[in-house]
Each structure stands twice: as structure tokens, then as C-alpha cells.
Design a protein. Sequence first.
Length: 386
Amino acid sequence: MSEYQYYEFQSVDRRLTQSEQEALSKLSSRAQISSSKAIFVYSYGDFPGQEKQLLIKYFDAMFYIANWGSLQLMFRFPKGLIDVELMRKYCVEDIVEVSEINDFVILEISINEEEGFDGWIEGEGSLSSLIGSRQEILQGDYRLLYLAWLKAITYLDELNDEDEDERDDDDEDDDANDEEEGLEPPVPPNFGKLSSSLQAFIDIFEVDEHLLKAAISASVTKPSIPESSMKEAIKKLARSEVDTFLLRLVKGEANLSVELSKKLSGMIEVKQDDNPGKRTIRQLLESAKKAEIEEEYTKKELAKAARIRELEALAKRETAAWEDIDALIQKGTSKSYDEVVPLLLKLRDLADHQNEKVKFLKRLQQLHDQYSSRSGLKRRLLIANL
């Protein structure tokens, strides 16, 4: 398998200058540079720069994927607009990390699947589908971090399963218990309707659907703040504050609406009803496993019921089915012989269902005797174990 590495950086809050674009172009002959984006694709070799440093200096978001199993998403935020302490509640060492560098907060989500990815992978378009979550976080919506935490505990649980036979039993039990007894972080509200960027994260990072359902069952719906309340809050702003915001608006400052919204929301008394996260990791994982087993059982039962209905329908025309088989064999073509086999297999299943296997075998033997000279038919019946 050939190597594939895809790096993409995007700038949201500002455009890159011409000199910045030229500096980025010098990093690699493979660079695709614009005023808002930089893409580097490698089929051999490595990226010559430091991804995080490049993000801090120029960009607001970065996405990386390699076909050997590496997946990374980073967002850069202005420090004053982010609740760093709340974000850190979702951190998992080496997987979900939050750091403060200069005037920025960096969210980094990294996964390394040891067995690599199955099938063809493509990085193009991934960051554009994910980047909406950066704005959601700026607006105080931390659902992405909770999803990243879910992926992290699933990933660690899988690693524990893989290492199970290689570690000392006593030590393993102690470590696993300590980890799985940890509490989940606060469950953000409004998981009932996911944005396209959150759904993209679930798809790209392959968040377990059963764990997701078990986890977000505790999510509440947070009511939006009425426009009338916002208007009342605006009236309470001092004239000097209004003038300052208007001047900054004229200058085109990034994220001004986020800053103003946070200020106004802070002036409005809103009832908080968020789930603080009281379940243990073990409880979540067990709930997800139970849901998976129940779903699989339901699928099997539905398939079984559908099969019974199909067999009962066949039973009503069993005689006609045998006549169809005779007519097809009489045609003597490869196509007609190909149609005989699935019909016989269905009749065999019907015989098993009706506990009349001896009757079926007797009728099948008659076919063999009657058409013993049809080599094409006999070959097909042999392959189908008929």
C-alpha cells in the first residue's frame, strides 16, 4: 500500500497576507496555498514544518490524516473568548488536549489506529465539513469536546482489550478499574439535533453509535434566549460600551458578535439545567455494549421473521416452484441452469422449516436421475452442495 498523508490548514478570522502566503509556499513544493487555506499532500516523505506552530502563527484550524491510522484535528481560539477550565474537563491524556500558548487556546484531538484505516481514505473536504464546530465552541457550545471525549474512552477501552493477554492480570484489573470508574464530564445540552459539523466529526472519527446514544440520553434541550431579553440587555449597556463595540465593528474585528453575545447573555438570568455528568465511564461502556447486543438481537429476530414470511409464501406455491424448475432445466441454457440453483436452495430451506427434508431429498434425487446427462446443471448443483 502506498503512503498517504494529508495536511490542511484554514484561516477563519482573517486573510493571509501575500508575504505569509509566500512564506508558506517555501515550506514545500507540494503546497497549495490561498489567502485562507494551505494544503500539503504526501505519498512519500514528511511535512517539513511543525503543525502546531504553523497553526499558532497563521491559522485557526488544522486537519491531518494518514493511511496508517493517524487522525488529528486542531482548533485555535482567542484566549479571552473561551472557557478553558470547562474545556479541560473533556481532556484525555494524549488524545484530547487543551493548551494555552501566547494569546491563544489550542484544542488538539489526536487518534492513532494501530491497524490503520480500512479501504481508501481521502482528506480533501474534511476540514471544511468540521470547521463549523470551531464557531460553535466560540459560542459556548461544547458538544464537539464531549464527542471527542467519547471517542477517547472508546479508543482506550479497545487498547485495554488488545493488551489484555500481555499484561499482568492483577495490575491490569487495577488499572482498568481506576480508569473506568472515572466520571464523565458535563453533558452539553441540545444533543437532540446535531449540526452538520458535529455529524461530520462522528463520521470521520468514527464515534461509536451505541456509546453515543447511551451518552447523550442525558442531554437536555437548552432554550434560546428570547430576542426581547437581548433588547433589554442592550438598553443596559453604557453609551461608552456601545460606542466601543460600534467602532470595533467598523474596523472589522473578528468574533465581535461572539464577544457581544457573551456579554449580553451574562446580563440575562438563564436557568441552567445542564447534566453535570454523574455516570462512570464503565457505566457508559456497559450501556453501549448492552444497546449493541439488543440491536443485534432485534436485527436477527426481524430477519428471522422476514425469512419465515418468505418461506410461508413459497409453501403456497411449492408445486408451481418445482414445475418452474423443470421448465428451466428443459430450456437447457446456462442462464436457465443459473436460475434453477437459487430456487432449489429456497425449497431446501422450506423443507427444513417444515421438517420435510427427506421429501425434498427424494425429489432432488429424481432430478439428478432424470437429467443425469446435463453436465452444466450437475456442475452447478455440485457447487451449491445440492
